[in-house]
Design a protein around this ligand. Structure first.
Ligand code: HEM
Length: 447
């Protein structure tokens, strides 16, 4: 079968538009060429996938054929592995399996449920900050505020450490590193990593800020009496059964940086998008207020908040924090009935799948009622995959859902938000998707 796709000329002509808005570019490509099309990029083929069946074919059925794209076939780091080195998020095969086994128990449902109290505690501090802003009448960036609270939660639950004093500094360092890695991944040509360009120097500095804090936390914990049973404790105490080896500080740093990075920015973006939509759909906000006014917000659990859960799930459909994922073919294979060469990349455009008209009615409308249990059960499982699918399914999915729903409910119980400028129409994409320019709002106490 001949694969559909733009001609070389059309693909090159489309580059400027694509650079302005990648997600817009993928959407246009989908409309023009369909659920699966091929772009020739030099010697490498890029297969752009926008259908649930293709998500299944690559992530589940093809798990042994399609590998992570964080290492190029020549072994050089790509994308997130520039920032995180080897970790549970960037490795594959045996290298990944032992890491995933190590972190899995920390994310089992009962352990995550026991973290609700800490999440609510951190949420309370965030509410105090919002309250102060409401009284002072100042404008705040809700995206930044969501990052603060999710950073606080991830540090306290996973590393029993309080990053409040350093939160903004680390936040900036992580942002700087991810932007750099995202820019390099998109560029057609890159100078070697070792060249001291201004961007490379900023990147190295940002990594230094992050590492200093992580190594300090590891050293403090090692000096203490026992390792503890949070993620940091699990990493420090783990001993390889066969070799008796413990993890090096560098290996621990990579996992800590991964869970810190993967575990706060995504949820923060989701919460900012949820408020972005609630501001645009006041009737949905009122429905949410009705629900949260009927519960005790200090002791509430996700099961008591079915509507807040629907709002969160619909936000993850409408604005998936990880809108594009990728894999590369380790060997020749087939995809959607086409022959695919080894080394080809499958780009999984989750953002398009979440708007596929065969699976979603009026896909461009924000509507939490899509997530009633009946409608969820009737839908193709691979039409909604904000947390991915297959063996690399997000290990933090219960954690993120609980955190997102609880924080949303807490905020809705006391505040509403007025946008201070026109709401940002375009998302910014650097691995994760967030509102371009943040979300400047005025905080208003509910009557
Ligand atoms: C709304 C919030 C979140 C979203 C949308 C999200 C999304 C994702 C996605 C799409 C993947 C799969 C990547 C792939 O297949 O290549 C992933 C993996 C991962 N996520 Fe999340 N995530 C969220 C929250 C979290 C949280 C809270 C944590 C930790 C506390 C976390 C830790 C991880 C880790 C460690 C992996 C790698 C899993 C593996 O490859 O075995 N994530 N996430």
């Amino acid at each position: 079968m001949t694969a559909p796709g733009p001609s070389i000329l059309a693909a090159v002509a489309g580059v400027p538009r694509f650079r302005r808005s990648e997600l817009g570019g993928f959407r246009r490509g989908w409309k023009d060429h369909g659920d699966l099309y091929r772009i020739k990029m030099g010697r490498r083929d890029l297969w752009v996938c926008s259908h649930p069946a293709l998500m299944h074919e690559v992530l589940v059925a093809g798990r042994d054929v399609w590998g992570r794209i964080e290492r190029m076939p020549n072994g050089s780091p790509f994308g997130l592995s520039l920032v995180l080195n080897d970790s549970v998020l960037t490795t594959d095969g045996d290298e990944w399996q032992w890491r995933r086994r190590l972190v899995n128990p920390v994310f089992h449902r009962p352990r995550v449920e026991a973290m609700a109290g800490t999440m609510i505690d951190c949420g309370r501090q965030m509410m105090d900050r919002l309250d102060a802003a409401a009284v002072a009448g100042t404008t705040i960036d809700l995206l930044l505020e969501m990052k603060r609270v999710t950073q606080d939660i991830i540090s306290r639950t996973m590393f029993s450490s309080d990053v409040a004093a350093d939160a903004d500094r680390i936040g900036e360092a992580v942002d700087e590193s991810i932007q750099y890695a995202a820019r390099r991944s998109r560029a057609f040509v890159n100078v070697p990593l070792s060249w001291p360009t201004p961007a490379a120097r900023r990147f190295v500095r940002a990594q230094g800020v992050r590492d200093e804090l992580i190594y300090r936390t590891i050293a403090e914990r090692r000096a203490g009496a026992d390792g503890g049973d949070d993620l940091l404790g699990v990493l420090l105490n783990s001993v390889d059964e066969e070799t008796g080896h413990r993890l090096s500080d560098e290996q621990i740093r990579n996992e800590v940086a991964t869970v810190y990075g993967a575990g706060h920015e995504t949820t923060a973006n989701a919460l900012a998008w949820a408020w972005h939509e609630l501001i645009r759909h006041r009737a949905v906000e009122q429905r949410l207020q009705l629900e949260v006014d009927g519960v005790d917000i200090e002791t509430v659990r996700v099961e008591h908040l079915p509507f807040a859960r629907k709002v969160f799930d619909e936000t993850l459909r409408y604005r998936p924090p990880v809108p594009v994922n990728g894999r590369f073919a380790r060997q020749p294979t087939r995809l959607g009935g086409h022959e695919v060469e080894a080394g080809a990349i499958a780009l999984l455009v989750v953002n398009n799948v979440h708007r596929h008209p065969d699976f979603w009615e009026r896909p461009d409308q924000f509507d939490p009622e899509r997530f009633t249990p009946d409608r969820v059960a009737a839908r193709d499982r691979f039409a909604w995959l904000p947390f991915g699918a297959g063996p690399h399914l997000c290990v933090g999915n219960h954690f993120a859902t609980m955190e997102g729903v609880l924080l949303l409910a807490m905020m809705a119980s006391r505040f509403t938000f007025e946008p201070m400028s026109r709401l940002p129409r375009h998302p910014a994409l650097a691995v994760t998707m967030k509102p371009q320019g943040g979300l400047p709002v005025r905080v208003v106490r509910r009557a």
